[in-house]
Structures are given as structure tokens and as C-alpha cells.
Design a protein around this ligand. Sequence first.
Ligand code: AMP
Length: 995
Amino acid sequence: MDCTARSLLLPILSLLLRCVPPAVSIIYPPNEVNLLDSKASQGELGWISYPAHGWEEISGVDEHYTPIRTFQVCNVMEYSQNNWLRTNWIPRQSAQKIYVELKFTLRDCNSIPLVLGTCKETFNLLYQEADDDQGSHFREHQFSKIDTIAADESFTQMDLGDRILKLNTEVREVGPLTKKGFYLAFQDVGACVALVSVRVFFKKCPNTVRNLAVFPDTVPMDSQSLVEVKGSCVNHSKEEEPPRMYCSTEGEWLVPIGKCLCNPGYEERSSTCQMCRAGFYKSTLGNMECSKCPPHSFSHHEGALHCGCEKNYFRAEGDPASMACTRPPSAPRNVISSINETSVILDWSWPEDSGGRRDMTFTVLCKRCRGGGSSGGPLRCEPCRSNVRFFPRAAGLHNTTVTVGDLLAHTNYTFEIEAQNGVSAMAPKMRQHAAVTITTNQAAPSPVSMIRKDKTYRNSVSLSWHEPERPNGIILDYEIKYYEKEEQETSYTILRARGCNVTLSGLKPGTAYLLQIRARTAAGYGASSATFQFETSPDSAFSISGENSQVVLIAVSSAVAIILLTVLLYVLIGRFCCRSKSKHPDEKRLQFGNGHLRLPGIRTYVDPHTYEDPGQAVHEFAKELDASCISIDKVVGAGEFGEVCSGRLRTPGKKEIAVAIKTLKGGYVERQRRDFLREASIMGQFDHPNIIRLEGVVTKSRPVMIVVEFMENGSLDSFLRQHDGHFTVIQLVGMLRGIASGMKYLSDMGYVHRDLAARNILVNSNLVCKVSDFGLSRVLEDDPEAAYTTTGGKIPIRWTAPEAIAYRKFSSASDTWSYGIVMWEVMSYGERPYWEMSNQDVILSIEEGYRLPAPLGCPVALHQLMLHCWQKERSHRPKFVDIVTFLDKLIRNPSSLLPLVEDIQSLPESPCPSEEMDYPMFISVGEWLDSIKMSQYKNNFMAAGYNTLDAVATMSIEDVRRVGVELIGHQRRIISSAQTLHLQLLHEHDKGFHV
Ligand code: AMP
């Protein structure tokens, strides 16, 4: 190049160099891979220039003083220029298509004077493929032209003056290339060009991470088609769907498909899967973040899949890892039981602490317990029988209540109520339950079933049936009620039978009868069976229907024999009864109007005095026991004749039982022995759950003993004193009901106790009360409470009716008076009747009309009953049967026990019940309401249909409310008066009972 040309170009270059950004700072797009970059070369490029005066390599510096290499040519003054510049051999690498980027300046020919005709404004770009470096070997014809390069903008002299840079950038594509490398060549044919930089590159899709999959560098194909590339999951991740992407010819990644997910314990951070930090966890595959440990859990290490539970906290199977650790709930609270005969409703409150879970259920465990308490023995509990019913069920309860039915009557049960949740099974030591102990009441038996006709005759029928499914006590007898079907119950007959069969005689031939049977226990009658129909054989059928004449003959002769035998027995019994000279007119059998009532099962009490040899009475009524069957444990009390011990009785073939053994101390005289054994002669005649049961006597060896059932809680008065305030009113009423039932039995038997008092009632472990201490005059001698009266007899003054004190008129009615005193003792938990008043003062005050006031907390209904028992006129006192019925009603309707005497007395215009000694029989409901100062409700009662005293007497508190009595005080006054009325009516009914 000559000096002219140089002068034409150099200023431009120096200007240009200042404008070119420094090589080091150039950042190429990431998808471009340089094969050659002239600017990156620090030293000479070593390109071949041909001919030698053509392209010239010039070193320069950019504005950063970084050396660069440039090529220029400017032979514009000469014709026929053909100047080549060839690069070094450039290995193709993996490229199929390459790009050539040229930066150059080109002088505008017009701005150069005197060059017209020779000056060019383009140059050619060419390439030659070669598998290896051919050194300086250079052949023009081996090159193929890529393009003629023209400047978009060429510069002029003026631009130089104005320092305006006109740098051109041109890019050309070449391909497909097949050989290992290639050369580029620049052919100048007479232009003024400065090649500032030459960059050869190819495009690739650069390695990348997309959707947690790594995609490697990928070189696109030369053609238009995309390259499908499979990605591989980053460390600690798994393929969800195979990751794929397409690499375009432009080196761009397109259409990502599929993805990878971080493993459990790892989360995505900057396109990688990193371990969860301590205190965090991730339990599943996925690209969600690690979660913080839920409450009551922790993770001390990185990469946790779950958080461990803190001490005493648990995770149930199936609990999600995101759920807080939980614990068993605390015990249910405020357990309330309401007993109804042999069923109990248990209610409780939710536990204070649910343990953090919502899957709480309740389980109720039923245990039957014996012993413990004042009986001294250890409390022994066993699981309840399987036939105890739970409603809706015993386990898995979602509500806080359950009804337990079919329990045994008068039995102690403990119910353990446990709240459970999903982790209770994991923490047996943390489980808590609430417990409640109850004692069931007496309950009437369930109806008998399966009544069967066994034999049919003209005038009689033999029937049998099944015992009630739930007897709820010992079945005393069955009541069989039957009537002619046609007569529709206008007249009927009642029979009683001890066993499950009966023969009804005196029937009309060929007649249809209807029959119902009900069982009776100490708790009263159960519900009647379904009505059973039978027909007697017609007149023509003389004997059993369908039988042959031989059978008829046998039946007739048997009937005759039975009749003869009956007559014989009747005569004998008649004689015996005359001999027994019963002194108690009250003790006659109940007569049921004009219906013919027979009581084959109920015997009459026989006074041992009537036996000439009292020893004979003992052997008639008491079983002689072998002393070797009795083992004595310890002394439990002192009787008049000797010690009372507890022990055990083993009778062959029977279960060993606990017994009390009364002994006759040595050195007795014959009269003492007789008196001692008299009690056994009396007791042995009784068979009732509320009368102490005689097991037998030992008279043939020494010491003489009376063996009776063992009553764990001893005598009632001391038992109540020891447990002051411990029982519910219903429990106390249950005890009173038991005593009344026992007394009813005695009065039915014609036995007058004469010394009924709490000290003579024994209590067993199930709170069943039984009447004891029999022996007529003997009991009074024995009783420390008995005092001599002016008439010389020894009488327990405080318990005895005035007529018995005054003229020894003892009767079941005087026992009723004593029963009223027992009621008072029970309701006051063993308080001494009339406290420390002297016997004389007691007699005088009773005479003047004073009666014991209600003990604290005593329901009005009970005090009313006491007052009723203490009526001066003995015939006005209730019978024991009335008392049992009344108490049963109270038990069945516990709300009737709610009004307490102290509440009623606090009413301003309330009549004081304790002063209300007279019980006039009101004529109408209106008069009754007037008498209790409730006249304002007359219309309400009439409107609601309560127009008879009978209807009023059985009203419940709900009935009174329904009538429209809204004031609680008035409701109570009406209900307590209605209860009194009820007793009165029962009594009136008794005087003339009609069927
Ligand atoms: P008694 O001679 O019947 O009055 O009995 C005296 C004491 O012995 C009573 O007060 C009771 O403490 C006790 N006792 C009597 N009979 C029994 C029994 N069946 N079971 C338990 N203790 C009894």
C-alpha cells in the first residue's frame, strides 16, 4: 500500500479504533461459539495476504490500549486489483453452519479525487473447506464465494473532519460444512477497506437447566428441523415426566416438556434441589418448598422427611406429616348418672384437653363391684356381664351420653368413661378416665313369655310359662288373672302361683277364656304378659279332648282321688289353724271383693309359742346344719345371747356363702336356749329379699348357732351415721322401699314386728336393707331402747305407736308408725328420734299432736308420708302395700322428690306440712284447690280435664305445668298436696277394694 492510500485510510482507523469497544469487555450471546475472533488475538494473526502489497496487517490499540489486529487495503488509484487475504485454517468443531461477522469501514469513492473508474466500494467474501491445515498453500480457484460485501455506509472526507464513525457490520451464513475445517478469504478488487474485526462463530443451544432437568450444549442441525434433546434430572430429583426440549437452528431452546421433582427432604433453590434446613421438612416428591415443622414436632438435621414428635406427643398412623403431634385427651369431666331402676343414663362433659385432635370418641367400661366401703373387705370389681346393654353402644361414642340397661337390681356398678383419640393406643400410660359408681334400684320383673296350655279338661286347664327374661330379683310369685272372653273383664279371677305352672279349675266347659300373667318380686309386679286365650273342653268331651275312654277313666278316678285328698287336707289344715289360735285379726288374707282370690303360695305366720315343744318349731322351720360346714372368721357384733360372728357356710353341692353366725354363749339355761332359737323359728318361716334369710341352725352340737345371710354393712342406723350425707335421695328412697317391701311381706304373713327401727335393719353390700331381729317379746327384752311402761311392758317408746304404748295394741298399723320413724331416721342419716327428749316428754308431746319435723333436705313427699304414718287414728295410717306403691311412684318419677320441705316452708302463704295433721277427704277438685289456697287455678284444672281427685292425685310436675301453673312455688305446693291426696286415696281404696 502506498503512502497515498495510507493517508486515505489511517485517520479513519485511528478514529475507528477509539470507537471500537474493548475486546475484553465484549460479551457475546451465550448461544454463539466463536471459532475465530480477530480482536481476541494479541499478536500477529499470521493470515496470508496475496499479493504482498494488497492487504496489510496493522497493529493498533483500542481506547483501553488493548492491542488489536486489523487489515486494510486501499489501492484505489490502480486498475485491476485482486488482493486476497486468507485466514488461518479454522477447525469447524461440531458446527454444520457457521456465521461470519465482519466489521469494516469503506471509503466512499466519490470522496476520493482522481480515482473515478478504478475505485470500488465492495469486496468479496469466500471460503474453502479443508480437513486439515494446508499451510501457506493457497489457490484462488479452490475458494467459493460467499457474498460480495458492500458497505451500508461509506465514509467521506467530511466525516473524518466531523469525526463521524461509519462502521459497517455484515454477517453471512455458510453451510452446511462437512470437512473438519475451512479457510475464509477476503478479495479486494480496488476498494478502500479497513477490516476492523472478523468473527466466525456457530450457534448452539447452550446447556441449561429447565424444570430441574439439565440439557447439555446442543448444536443445531443445518436444516430447518429442530433437534430433540432429552434432559437429565438434577441431583436429588426424580423424573415426573421425561424432560425434553427442542434446539432450534437459531440456538434457541424451544418447547420444554416434562419435568423433574425434588426428592423428599429437598426443595428447589436456583434450579437445584437443596436439603431442607433444620426445623423444616418435606415428606413428598415435588417442587414445593420445605415446610416448617408443625407444632410439637422438630427436625434437628437438614434434609428431614418428617419432623419427630416432642416427648409425650404422637402421630397416629395416617396422620399427615403436616399435622401437629398430638396426645391422648384428658379425662371426661362432670360425669352425672341418673338411675332408673336397673338402667342408668350417664352424661359427661367433654375433656378439658382434646390432645389437639378432632377424632375423639368415648368408651364406657362397665364393672360390677363388691366389697369395699364399710364392709371392710377389699373392693373387687369384675367386668359386667355381656347381656348388659349400652345404647347407642359402649365404644366409639361420639356424643357425651350413654344409656346402660339390663343391669342387676340393687347392685353396685362402676362405669369408667374414657375419652380416646387416634393416639390413645400409643400412650397407654397417659390415658385417663373418669369413673362413676352407682347402685341400681329395685326393678319390677319383665313380662313372662311363652304361655302354653299343657292339658285341657271340661272344667280346668293346666298352663305353664317361662320365667321373665329379666326377673330383677327373686320371683315371689306369679299373679294369674283370667276371665271369660265374653264377659270382657267385668268379672275376673286372680290366682297366685309360686312356680311357672298352674291349673285353673272351676271353669265352664266349652268356654273361651282370656288370661294374663305377671311376676312379682320385692320390687312389685312386673308388666303383664300378652293376653293368652284358651278354651275348655266342651260338655260332650268328658275328659281330655282326643283321648280314648281308658284315659278318661284314669282321669276321672284321678280327679276323684284329688278331690278326696283335698278334702282331707282341708280338714287337717282346719284343725291345725284352730290349734294355732292366731291372735292377729289384721293378718287375715286380702279379700278381693266378690272375685274368688286364692293365695296358694303365701303362707301364714305361725307363732312358735303355739307349739307345745318349741324345739319342734325350730326343726319345722329351720334346717339343721352340720357344724363342720361352718367356719368362723371374726366377731362382728354382740347379741343378747352371745357373740355374732362372720364366717362361711359350705353346704354340700352348693356354693360357699358368707354368713353371720349368732352363738349362744355357754352356761345358758333351757329357757335361754328356747328364747334364742325362737328367732330362728320365726325367721325360718320367711322368704323375702328384704327379710334377713335364715340359712339354718346348729342345735345338735355346741355352741348352739343360728346361721343367717351375712350383711356386709351391718345395722342401718350405724351405717347411715358413718355415711352421713353420702347418698342421693333416690338411694335413700330405695332403702326405704326395701324395708317397706319387707314389712309388707311380714304384714301379709300376719307377723307384727313390734320393734321396727333402723338398728334392727341390716344392710348388705348392695345397699339392700333387710328387716331383722325377730322374736316377739324377746326382741323387746333385747332392745336397749325398750323401756318399761306404766303397764309393766318393755317398749321402745320413740318408735312405738301411742296405742301400743298405752294399752299394748300392737298391729301392722303400729308397725307402720315405727316405719314412719325409720323413714325419719333414714332421711336424717341416723339421727336419734326426738333427739335428747326424755321418753316421758316424747309420749306427752305425741299426745298433744307434736310430730317430728322433716329432716334437712327431706323431700316434701317423704315427710308427708311420715306424717301419714303417724296419724293418731291407726286405721288412717297407710298400709305397707300403699307405702310400697307410693315409694315406687316417687322412684319412677324422681322430679316428685324435688320439692323440699324447707323450700315449701319458705313460701309466705304456705301451710306448714308438719302442722297439717288432719287429712280431710275433699269432695271436689275445686274444694281441694281452695284448701291449698290455689283457687285461682280451678278453671285451668277443669279446662284440662282434671275434674276428679283420682286424676289429680297422679299428676306429675309436668302435668301441673301443662295445666298452666307457671309459678314454681305454686307448682310445688300443688304437687306435694297431690301426693298426699294420692296416699289418702290409696288408703280409701283399700278400705273397699272392688274388682
Ligand atoms: P343382733 O343380736 O341381731 O342384734 O345382732 C348384733 C349385731 O351383730 C348387729 O348390730 C350387727 O352389727 C351384727 N349382725 C347381726 N346380724 C348380722 C348379719 N346377718 N350380718 C352382719 N352383721 C350382723
